[in-house]
Ligand binder design. Structure first.
Ligand SMILES: *Cc1c(COP(=O)(O)O)cnc(C)c1O
Length: 335
């Protein structure tokens, strides 16, 4: 896969580690049904506490800098990890950053409104605009960009989650990275599991797998934001756009995308019992941190499916840890 023609800035430190979950596996014992669980540590990163958005921002900021941008604007929920990492990466690159954040999650406590990602967005120097939950944040971001351009500024607007086709290239590159690491480890993963929010992570992986001549069904996501049918349709559309960017001669079938909606709970950012169990289990058996909004729900889904015997005995399954740890501080009262 040739991605070198896309400008890219370095916000990661090379391949993130893959390792097996030995202590968790011992703890689960027969409940594992013989499945071998592995994690890829995309929660580790050298900028802004790390997380999956860094891979997307490498391409988004690469293009912005190539076009001599001086300002970036993005959108998200109040506790958006993407907003935090955009602010941190903009600071690293010497760009101004504005964030349009919506109160889309029904939480009013001070942990949620002022701690976690909200605290860090301010520390990284972003100019934050707070909007009501139903506001069209992207439209307001575009309007603000026009205002700044009229003053002579050079502004790039990134969509929610950084999930434009260009941003999704970050996870297409990650798919190639996983395939190479798996070959080096002598492993053939039966599945690569990710959370699905703005769908760019899954879409990028699916496009990257297809571009590498592999089955896109190797990737599977648990949606935590849109209900299953909408999430699957959005992921397919993004994966196709991303693949078109990489290699216009390839296509993805209508059924190329596997999204599971059974562990989303009542809605985005609303905790579930499965999420609490998954976060506690990973913390106590492995010393690893999942997050309450994305990876906690996705790992709860994976645990459920492993216990339900959905995988063959001996199958190696890779869970991509996507970060979001500051969310734990925003959701303190849940733990
Ligand atoms: C944004 C995010 C996701 C979901 O990634 P998408 O590309 O938006 O689907 C998963 N985990 C964490 C911690 C995130 O911040």
């Amino acid at each position: 896969m040739v991605l070198t023609r896309f400008p890219r800035v370095a916000l990661t430190d090379g391949p993130t580690p893959i390792r097996s979950l030995d202590r968790l596996s011992t703890h689960l014992g027969p409940e594992l049904n013989g499945v071998r669980l592995f994690v890829k540590r995309d929660d580790i990163g050298p900028v802004g506490l790390g997380g999956n958005k860094l891979r997307k921002l490498e391409f988004l900021l690469g293009q912005a800098l190539a076009e001599r941008a001086d300002t970036v604007i993005t959108v998200g929920a109040l506790q958006s990890n993407h907003a935090r990492l955009t602010a941190a990466s903009a600071a690293r690159m010497g760009l101004a950053c504005e964030l349009f954040l919506t109160r889309s999650v029904p939480r009013e406590d001070a942990d949620y409104t002022a701690n976690g990602n909200r605290l860090l967005q301010d520390l990284f120097g972003a100019h934050v605009h707070l909007l009501p939950g139903e506001a069209d944040s992207l439209a307001q971001a575009e309007a603000r960009a026009e205002e700044l351009r009229a003053e002579g500024r050079r502004v790039h607007v990134f969509p929610s989650g950084g999930s434009s086709p260009l941003g999704c290239l970050g996870y297409a590159a990650c798919a190639a990275e996983i395939l190479e690491q798996a070959a080096n480890l002598g492993l053939a993963f039966a599945r690569i599991v990710v959370p699905n929010g703005s769908s760019g992570t899954h879409a990028g992986l699916a496009a990257g797998l297809a571009a590498a001549g592999r089955d896109p069904h190797l990737a599977q996501s648990y949606t935590v934001l849109a209900p299953e049918p909408e999430a699957a349709a959005a992921t397919l559309a993004r994966a196709r756009d991303t693949l078109a960017l990489i290699d216009g001669s390839q296509t993805l079938a209508d059924d190329a995308i596997l999204v599971d909606g059974a562990h989303r709970g009542p809605g985005y950012g609303i905790p579930t019992e499965g999420m609490r169990e998954a976060v506690r289990l990973m913390a106590r058996t492995e010393g690893l941190l999942l997050d309450p909004v994305y990876s906690g729900k996705a790992f709860a889904g994976l645990l459920h499916d492993v216990r339900a015997g959905r995988y063959e005995r001996g199958a190696a399954v890779l869970f991509v840890m996507t970060g979001g740890v500051p969310g734990l501080f925003a959701y303190r009262s849940e733990f």
